[in-house]
Design a protein around this ligand. Structure first.
Ligand SMILES: [Zn+2]
Ligand SMILES: [Zn+2]
Length: 351
């Protein structure tokens, strides 16, 4: 199949409360430059963080999506021709400078000069996307497209967040994961319970999310709309959890975090609320209780390979709902309303 000049894409117009997602057929296909490849996409996961893009909480590309899986259709200068035809994943980290002190420590995902897919460059809700060949992920045979997609941001983000706890938590310790029934949360519960062997307390709302959280390995589920979360956590753990990972992008979730952990507890911040929302915690309490608060953004390529291996071994099993490309505008609304169980993956049309 020759590569066309124009393609289909879902384009965010007028970001803000009156945003619109338009399905267009006249978007130019890019031309890979130095170190770049052109990926023909098969599917893409849709991250809750895209809400930031459609509502205009920052400057984003009009083509969103950063959990793309496809095959390499064309390569630019300086790219190994062996990549052609390979199945690859295209992630939030488009590229990093590789030279700053953070990159030199191996933390490309925290590079201050990083470029992000769906923010600085067009994302994955299109038939053909340009990616930096040095930062894509090869998808092992045996991991289906729609299983790989949610691992590229949701899974990777939770793997990265959990890695921050490796030095402090032992198997059998208590971890609270809020937002446990969403795209990130349920994979986080699986990793924490099945791989890290932690006792996981899942916090979310509704029967479906309860069932998914428990099936993912949580020991207990607390419905934050019906129960006093801090009180229940204390009952289950006696002193509070050893750590909590805050996944929802809401002020309330961050507000609740300090009351869920014991003294010297760890709070890992993953959710992305509006930029003006700050972590509300008394400085005195933070010092007196010896609490640690850490931010975490995605994870490393090493975490990515481990995750794909875990998926291949059947240890990590993302809950995925697959949608047709034409359903994208409606789907974005549903994601905004938290009306998705697990991860939504959109099939990208080939013609
Ligand atoms: Zn994401
Ligand atoms: Zn850097």
């Amino acid at each position: 199949m020759p590569i066309p000049r124009l393609q289909q894409a879902a384009v965010v117009e007028n970001p803000g409360v009156d945003f619109k997602v338009a399905l267009r057929e006249d978007v130019l296909v890019g031309e890979p430059g130095q170190d770049e490849i052109l990926i023909k996409l098969n599917c893409t996961g849709i991250c809750h963080s895209e809400v930031r893009a459609v509502l205009g909480w920052g400057v984003y590309n009009s083509i969103i999506g950063h959990e793309g899986v496809g095959t390499v259709a064309k390569s630019g200068p300086n790219v190994s021709p062996s990549l052609l035809g390979q199945r690859v994943g295209f992630k939030w980290l488009y590229n990093a400078c590789t030279a700053c002190s953070v990159c030199r420590r191996g933390f490309f995902q925290n590079c201050p000069q990083q470029l992000n897919t769906s923010r600085h460059v067009p994302g994955t809700l299109q038939q053909y996307a340009i990616a930096d060949a040095r930062f894509i992920t090869r998808i092992p045979e045996g991991v289906p497209d729609e299983v790989a997609a949610p691992l590229l941001c949701a899974g990777l983000t939770m793997a990265g967040a959990l890695a921050h706890l490796d030095h402090d938590l032992q198997p059998g310790d208590w971890l609270v994961i809020s937002g446990s029934g969403g795209g990130l949360g349920h994979i986080g519960v699986q990793l924490a319970a099945r791989v890290k062997k932690l006792h996981v307390i899942a916090v979310d709302s509704g029967d479906e999310k309860r069932a998914l959280s428990l099936a993912s390995g949580a020991e207990a589920f607390i419905d934050f709309k019906k129960e006093d979360v801090a009180k229940r956590v204390l009952e289950l753990t006696e002193e509070g959890a050893h750590a909590t990972i805050v996944v929802p992008g809401t002020k309330e979730a961050f507000q609740a975090a300090p009351s869920l952990v014991r003294n010297m507890g760890q709070i890992i911040c993953v959710g992305l609320p509006r930029n003006d929302i700050e972590i509300p915690i008394s400085a005195t309490l933070c010092a007196a209780r010896g609490l640690s608060i850490k931010g975490s953004s995605v994870g490393s390529e090493e975490h990515m390979s481990e995750l794909l291996q875990l998926a291949l071994d059947g240890v990590i099993t993302p809950a995925v709902e697959v949608f047709e490309f034409s359903e994208t505008p409606n789907l974005i609304r549903r994601i905004m309303n938290d009306d998705i169980l697990g991860r939504a993956v959109v099939r990208i049309p080939h013609h």
